[in-house]
Design a protein around this ligand. Sequence first.
Ligand code: ADP
Length: 593
Amino acid sequence: MLKSKISRRLIFSFLLITITSLSLLGMYLLQFFYNENLKTKTENLIINARTIEVSLEDALYNPAKQDYVNNEIHKISDATNLRITIINVNGQVIADSWEQTEELDNHLLRQEVQDALHKKYGTSIRYSDTIKENMLYAAMPVYQNDELVGIVRTASTLYPIENSYKHIRNTIFTALCITIILAVLSGFILAYRQIKPIRQMIEDAQKIADGDLDRRIYIYTNDELEVLAQTINKLTTNLEEKISEADAETRKLSLILENMDNGVMLLDTQGNITTANQRARDLFRLTPDLMKKQSINAIGSTLLSETAKEVLKTMSTKSIAFKININHTKKTFDVFFAPIINSDNTVISILSVFHDISVLQEMSTRQTEFVANASHELATPLTSICGFSETLLSGALKDPVLCEKFITIIHTESERMDRLIKDLLQLAKLDSKEYRQQIKIESVDLKEVCLAVKLKLQAQIDRKAQNLQLNLPIEPVIVQANTDWIMQLLMNLTENAIKYTPEQGQITLTCTLDQNKVFVKVKDNGLGIAPEDLPFIFERFYRADKSRIRLDSSGGSGIGLSLVRFIVELFGGHIFVESQLKVGTSFTFYLPK
Ligand code: ADP
């Protein structure tokens, strides 16, 4: 208990108050009692001296009545227990009730005698060697006919007063001791009662501080401690609310971070990765063990760490384009760096956000390529049209044979341009989202489309003495699509088959269906496509090298197959190709029923 400062202070205060107040009170009372008793005793002695003086009056200093006086003062002394002394003006003792006058010395220089000679009376306290006690003396001057004739002195022992004084002093001391014990005891009890709730409060508050925010302090002392406990409880509730709000906010943020499409990383001031979201971890294969030790350099470029250093130095944001090969795929990121600045204006961390712009980049590259390809494809026939028309104008017109030859070339080239422009327009149409949404979806019978295609291309087939065989089921083959676009799709595939199959070649158009899908296969035994070209043939303007040896004077634009794939996918299908050089090619697509 004494370990507690509060207990020590309480007990000490109790003791201090008790000892001081009791001591002061005791001292005052003792002094008061002693003085009062002394005063009363002195008054009594004076009265007695006066009474003796009055009663013995003339006999007092009359040598003839010396015996009478002696007798009288002995009688009074026996009755009152006082010592009575009659002294003449010279200080000589004439009579004394306790001592023989002959044995007594001159009393003139006694304090009380001196005082009585000059004042109304005199008093003094002296230790008596005779009775070994303190004595109180009172001396009264005696006047006869206005002349000082002597002094009557009365004296009494102070033993009773001093005895009472000692007794009271002991009583007060005992009371003081008892009170001290009681004060210490009550101090202990009070301190215990005060400290118990405080201790409980400290214990609970420590648990709250250690994170147990569900804990509350239950103290019902009906005083300030209870108010303090309630305040701490309120504080804890507020803290709990704030923490859960912050937790929710953090959870929300981490959820956003974890699920966002951008890779986000936090770097320390050394450029080491401290945190990375799921996307960043997946993209750059960051493992938790590696993360804290790994510098951003490990991702594959010093550019990143240099930019991070610059951001750290300038304390400002920075964006860079960052290219990297991930799983043999070229990726381009727009990386945004931002410093995280502390309240004391120092950078504590660097935020880096990796925004994958590979698709955008590819789109832009494709667009550029597309424009270049389209321009190139248009420029080739245009150059030849220009060249031949110039030759015609500079004289060839006059030669009918040359003239016909050149005009035929100009016609063929313009037809090629026309086809190219039509194909481009078709592509542009399909590229437009608005147009795609407007396409009318209807039930299309593929059997009928195949028959129509055969009819339309019969002339071309005949020109090359080829054979187009249709393998169609008996029942109608219905898909939900658009007749014109399905027609375009089959026309492109069949025209290609005709184009890239030598004369007398065999082309087959087969239609099959299962429970959910309709399959169409366009097969030929033509030139075939080299394996290295196969992955690219559906790309715009792509023409396999072999096909550049034009079998048909009309040539190709390299757009047909890209349109085919576009149409198939537009109606929820998929197309694939199988081919072998000099053996043949088969394009198979399916559409949902
Ligand atoms: P093009 O207008 O050049 O025919 P396509 O996009 O239709 O353009 O075809 C792309 C390339 O695919 C062609 O240049 C050709 O090399 C190849 N190809 C397409 N169909 C066949 C086929 N049936 N047999 C051989 N090669 C083909």
